[in-house]
Design a protein around this ligand. Structure first.
Ligand code: COA
Ligand code: AMP
Length: 638
């Protein structure tokens, strides 16, 4: 990897010099009904809009055009589910048939362009069919991750007001069938905005009882639609129309509805497959994520299909389904060229099979590159993966908001030398600065807020769903002229970017983004809790896990352990199992500054066993010893 051999510098400079020319050229890879009147219009939208005046269809670019140009018999989707012992392949032709049929069913329910459809689905092919069917008819999908609780689903129902919900009878977790129907019913009962209808995919592992009138059997509808030869054509939409809304944790319990548009998303994601990931059409690509997360949206579903690849959908875990060789089996069996997953998956594999012994059982000769994202790739995990896999391991940094990589090592343009701990360099379209609180640029090597110069490149969020004001407040107001990433880090002398931590209350648990503020709202809602604080503490497997401190109301006489168990159950009920909230600790008081701010940073350092100094502004230093003792009592901290 020689920096001089890479085309990166030249390509990045061109994108900075002439962004419109750069993206107009990339847009030639996309099939448009009408091309853009303005590649970028600075006066449209909150900070400008890409491909204004163009019309297109995302589903056409993902499926139809490949069938029309000879890829009909090529596998488009391989579903590999160790949870059910199933492996199924869909060619592009078969995928097209499934999506056309489902899109016609959606139309029968009155779903038209601009209507919202929520998907609450496990990792099954029908989840992809659902997303693509919405795209086909111009409906806006919003996928909600299956590990979220009914209350979270209800919040999303109220915000995007879907006409329809697509769901299944169950999800499958190791040793546990997660019945979706009761969760769905609870969510709909809690929500003010009710869907007109719910389509339930009955899985063999669980048959859901359908509510009369509202619920429909997906399989029966599909059979009837096929018999009646129903099929929906692609509906042209404006490039600037929303393709989907994906909710992500905000700084309060109310999630942010990140909007993705059709045109910019098509262009940037298609560009990324060759230029960043170095994948060719026809190759097999696997993103080991879930369709409920942005990585799943962009790189299980959309980008590989835009590029004419075969995408793998895996319903299983990196370990325990059945063992720590599961990822190598999938790579070998399906001849995967590149895998994209979160570092936590590799920490899980490393823990079970530290020497990588199981790798030797599989032929990985087709496997070229491992891509990691979703959380900071810790150097020991990257080094381990490099040693056992003997392929380049590429960290890259992005967010739900951006939809694709902000900084990374562009293998397709020629990989740059890897520096462990760094996500490498800014991608074309992203001009990154490190600034202080007054928005003053900081020198190289100095840690500060990471910001991106406006405008953001195509595919990044144009706004939050029906909340332009919140978009400005959350991302644009604090650092004028910039998008605030809410990540902190620094840039070194070679221009390498190091993303170190969040600047807000977001924590990253096993690659899942969660708000500690949202969890605090749940803790504060318990009748015995007077005060609370939730923070993320180090975890060898998940990177971070939440830890909740509670101060009980005066006069509460029950044993703290009983209340702590209730708190753990309450977070599981209100936020969902995905929060991995297992640690609640009762303390007499919380350490605060004299102005009453809880010293979360210091508590975290104590819990993580990191060096810490007594904050000068602390109200009562003795409280930190109490915290240390309480943590020790739970086996946490040095
Ligand atoms: N539906 C219902 N429950 C779910 C779920 C889903 N779709 N996904 C996870 N859960 C549950 C899990 O069963 C677990 O429940 P438990 O507390 O009863 O054990 C809980 O939510 C936490 O899940 P998770 O954090 O995923 O932990 P895990 O122990 O099941 O697995 C890893 C840990 C590291 C193996 C797993 O997180 C992983 O493979 N992560 C890497 C890939 C990834 O998903 N990245 C995300 C974005 S790129
Ligand atoms: P999400 O929106 O769920 O994709 O989470 C985005 C957040 O995850 C970012 O703001 C970062 O805090 C973190 N993140 C994602 N990828 C990386 C990475 N490669 N390095 C460091 N942090 C990352």
């Amino acid at each position: 990897m020689d920096a001089r051999a890479s085309r990166y510098q030249e390509v990045y400079a061109r994108a900075c010099r002439d962004p419109e020319g750069f993206w107009a050229e990339a847009a030639r890879e996309i099939d448009w009904y009408e091309s853009a009147k303005k590649v970028f219009d600075p006066n449209a939208g909150v900070y400008g809009r890409w491909f204004v005046g163009a019309s297109c269809n995302t589903c056409f670019n993902a499926i139809d055009r490949h069938v029309q140009r000879g890829r009909g018999k090529q596998p488009a989707l391989i579903y590999d589910s160790p949870m059910t012992g199933t492996k199924t392949t869909f060619t592009y032709e078969q995928l097209l048939d499934e999506v056309k049929t489902l899109a016609a069913i959606l139309q029968d329910f009155g779903v038209v362009k601009g209507d919202r459809v929520i998907l609450y689905m496990p990792a099954v092919p029908e989840a992809l069919f659902g997303m693509l069917a919405c795209a086909r008819i111009g409906a806006i999908h919003s996928v909600v991750f299956g590990g979220f609780a009914p209350k979270e689903l209800a919040t999303r129902l109220n915000d995007c007001k879907p006409k329809l919900i697509l769901s299944a009878s169950c999800g499958l977790e190791p040793g546990r069938v997660v019945k979706y129907k009761p969760l769905l019913d609870d969510a709909i009962n809690l929500a003010k905005e009710k869907p007109q209808a719910v389509l339930i995919l009955q899985r063999p592992q669980e048959t859901a009882e359908l509510s009369q009138g509202r619920d429909h059997d997906w399989g029966a509808l599909r059979a009837a639609a096929i018999k009646a030869k129903k099929s929906a054509d692609c509906v042209p939409v404006a490039a600037t129309d929303p393709l989907y809304i994906l909710y992500t944790s905000g700084t309060t319990g109310i999630p942010k509805g990140v909007v993705r548009d059709n045109g910019g998303h098509l262009v940037a994601l298609k560009w990324s497959m060759k230029n960043f990931y170095d994948i060719d059409p026809g190759e097999v690509w696997w993103s080991g994520s879930d369709v409920g997360w942005v990585v799943g949206h962009s790189y299980i579903v959309y980008a590989p299909l835009f590029h004419g690849c075969t995408t793998v959908l895996y319903e299983g875990k990196p370990v325990g389904t059945p063992d720590a060789g599961a990822f190598w089996r999938v790579c070998a069996e399906h001849k995967v060229a590149a895998l994209f997953t979160a570092p936590t998956a590799f920490r899980a594999i490393k823990k079970e099979d530290p020497k990588g012994t199981l790798i030797k059982n599989y032929d990985l000769s087709k496997f070229r590159t491992l891509f990691l994202a979703g959380e900071r790739a810790d150097p020991p995990t990257v080094e381990w993966a490099e040693q056992v896999l003997k392929v380049p391991v590429i960290d890259h940094w992005w967010q739900t908001e951006t939809g694709w990589c902000i900084a990374g090592n562009p293998v397709g343009l020629g990989a740059l030398p890897v520096k462990h701990g760094s996500a490498t360099v800014a991608m074309p379209g992203y001009e990154i600065d490190i600034v202080d609180d007054a928005c003053k640029k900081l020198p190289r090597g100095t840690i500060g807020s990471i910001v991106v110069k406006l405008p953001l490149p195509p595919a990044c969020l144009p706004t939050l769903w029906q909340q332009d004001g919140r978009m400005r407040e959350s991302y644009l107001d604090e650092f004028p002229g910039y998008y605030k990433t809410a990540d902190a880090g620094y840039i070194d002398d070679d221009g390498y970017i190091y993303v170190m931590s969040r600047t807000d209350d977001i924590i990253n648990v096993a690659g899942h983004r969660l708000s500690t503020g949202g969890m605090e709202e749940v803790l504060a809602g318990h009748h015995d809790v007077a005060e609370c604080a939730v923070l993320g503490i180090k975890d060898d497997l998940k990177g971070e896990v939440p830890c909740g401190f509670i101060v009980l109301k005066a006069g509460v006489n029950r044993p703290p352990s009983e209340i702590e168990a209730e708190i753990v159950a309450l977070v599981r009920e209100k936020v969902g199992p995905v929060a991995s909230f297992k640690l609640a600790i009762t303390v007499a008081r919380l350490p605060k500054t004299r102005s009453g701010k809880i010293l979360r940073g210091t508590i975290k350092k104590i819990a993580d066993g990191d060096a810490w100094t007594m904050p000068a502004t602390i109200d009562d230093p003795a409280i930190l010893d109490e915290i240390k003792g309480a943590l020790k009592g739970k086996g946490v901290g040095a």
